[in-house]
Structure formats: structure tokens, C-alpha cells
Design a protein around this ligand. Structure first.
Ligand code: NAP
Length: 246
């Protein structure tokens, strides 16, 4: 019996756990950071909460005799990616990065690249006045002091009642449809979309909707992927897993 640890918190991790659910030769554990209050129940075992840095993950890999580690965290979870690289090396456990494919710019896209949320915030006053902000809860602070701009903020989790004036919040989880995204942007008279370059299908509808409406998109660039093997699809991850578990 081989034991696989999936670092999760993404649709890709959930799809992989699902694809492995009928494998009687594998024990699958999915690990979540604990950011969402009611995480989706996944097949196999689940554990929730940080490991305690590289050292903590090394101990976990050894204690639970993990045979393969699949880092399927979000493309922007750079700290966890780096810790997974170091811990897997130290524990001698084969590791794969499973990450969604990046978005490719299409004709008609009006993307303005920003290196981080702070640069995105600096760019906004020159681009528009009614902003659709979809960067996630972690980066909201970078946009807190932009007076004179109106924001529609969408996050998965509620963000409480600490919103300043001119901020309107929606709590929703993808996947979204292009017509719904275009309708939302028109309803709120959005003139700029701000997003992370997260890639994948589940949240691409806002990108194609912005293209259709000819809106500029401030695109926060993705951190570089960790070294080592990378899969963009579940079937490629399954092939890697068969290879390392014999
Ligand atoms: P991060 O900055 O790379 O990681 C911060 C810390 O969170 C890590 O050092 C680790 O704590 C813990 N952690 C992260 N992922 C974990 C996992 N799957 N299992 C156990 N501990 C984990 O990560 P983040 O950007 O805050 O993202 C946290 C989680 O949310 C990830 O699982 C990611 O897949 C998901 N997520 C992130 C984004 C995003 O935009 N960043 C979007 C959607 C979902 P220890 O050092 O204590 O081990």
C-alpha cells in the first residue's frame, strides 16, 4: 500500500483526490491550509492546518511514511511550493507540482501586467473608476487606501463588515459563466477588472467577459513555478504517480 499526500485547496487537488478514490492500492491524504470555513468533503483522508514550515512537513512525511507528494496548491501559494520542494528533498520523497495551465492572451485582450497587488493598486487611478477586484482576501489590503474609486470585491469567504465606503462585496465560488460575468460587470458599470494570473478554466469567464466588453484587465503576474516535474492535468499526475509508486 502506497501513501500519497496531496497539498490541496484547489479544484485540481479535489479532482485528483476524486480520480484516486477507487484505487485500493493507495491511501490518499489531502491537506488543506484551513483558509475556508466549510471546506468541501473530499474522498480519502483529509487533514487541515499548516505543518509548521519545512521542518514540520519533513516530520509529517516521515511519520506518515508518505511515498509520493503532489503539490496541487494554488499557483500563487509560493511559500507552500518552496517548502514542499525543500521538505520532499530532505525526506527523500518524490514530489510533483500539479498546477492549472496559465491563461494565454487572445486578440482583443487588454491586459496590463503588474508584478504584485501593490503595483496593481498604483496603476488603477489611471485606468478607471469602477473596479472589479477578484484578487482574493489576502491581497485586499493593497487596495484599501484608494479613495475616489468604487470597488466590487469578490472573494470566496465573507470579509466581515470592515469595508470602507465605496466598497461593495460579493461572496462567491467559481466556476462562473461568461454571460454571468459580463452581466455582473455591466450591472455595476465596471470599467477595470483586477485579477491574479491564476490560469485554469474555473475563473476564466471573467477574462473572456472583459474581452467581450473591451475592458482593461490588470493582471497580477504569477510567481515562477518550483523546480522539478510539473503536470497541468489530472491524467498527467496519475501517470507520474504510477511511475513513482511502481
Ligand atoms: P502560502 O502563502 O504558500 O502558504 C502559507 C502557509 O500556509 C504555508 O507556509 C503552510 O503553513 C500553510 N499551507 C499552505 N497550503 C497548505 C496546505 N495545502 N496544507 C497545509 N498547510 C498549507 O499559501 P496561501 O497563498 O496562503 O494559500 C493557502 C491555501 O489556499 C493553499 O492551500 C492554496 O492552495 C489555497 N488557495 C490560495 C490562493 C491564493 O491566491 N494564494 C487562492 C485559492 C486557494 P506551514 O508553514 O505551517 O506548513
Amino acid at each position: 500500500m502506497n501513501r500519497v499526500l496531496i497539498l490541496g485547496g484547489t479544484a485540481e487537488a479535489a479532482a485528483l483526490a476524486e480520480a484516486l478514490s477507487d484505487r485500493s492500492d493507495l491511501e490518499v491524504i489531502t491537506s488543506l491550509a484551513g483558509r475556508t470555513r466549510s471546506p468541501e468533503r473530499l474522498p480519502g483522508e483529509m487533514r487541515i492546518g499548516g505543518f509548521g514550515g519545512v521542518e514540520g512537513l519533513v516530520s509529517y512525511l516521515k511519520e506518515y511514511s508518505i511515498d509520493a507528494l503532489i503539490d496541487a496548491t494554488h499557483p500563487f501559494a509560493a511559500q507552500m511550493n518552496n517548502q514542499a520542494v525543500l521538505a520532499a528533498d530532505q525526506a527523500g520523497v518524490p514530489r510533483l507540482r500539479l498546477v492549472r495551465s496559465p491563461w494565454k492572451k487572445q486578440p482583443g485582450d487588454r491586459w496590463i501586467e503588474a508584478v504584485d497587488a501593490a503595483e496593481a493598486a498604483r496603476l488603477l487611478p489611471g485606468l478607471g473608476s469602477r473596479i472589479f477586484l477578484t484578487t482574493g482576501q489576502k491581497d485586499l489590503g493593497a487596495f484599501a487606501d484608494l479613495d475616489g474609486l468604487w470597488f466590487l470585491i469578490r472573494t470566496i469567504e465573507p470579509i466581515g463588515d470592515r469595508l470602507p465606503r465605496d466598497r461593495f462585496h460579493l461572496s462567491a465560488r467559481g466556476p462562473f459563466k461568461e454571460e454571468e460575468e459580463a452581466g455582473l460587470m455591466q450591472e455595476h458599470r465596471i470599467d477595470v477588472l483586477v485579477t491574479k494570473a491564476s490560469g485554469g478554466d474555473a475563473t476564466y469567464a471573467k477574462i473572456s467577459a472583459a474581452r467581450k466588453l473591451a475592458l482593461p484587465v490588470v493582471m497580477i503576474q504569477c510567481p515562477p513555478p518550483p523546480p522539478g516535474p510539473i503536470a497541468h492535468r489530472t491524467d498527467a499526475a496519475l501517470t507520474w504517480l504510477s511511475h513513482v509508486t511502481g
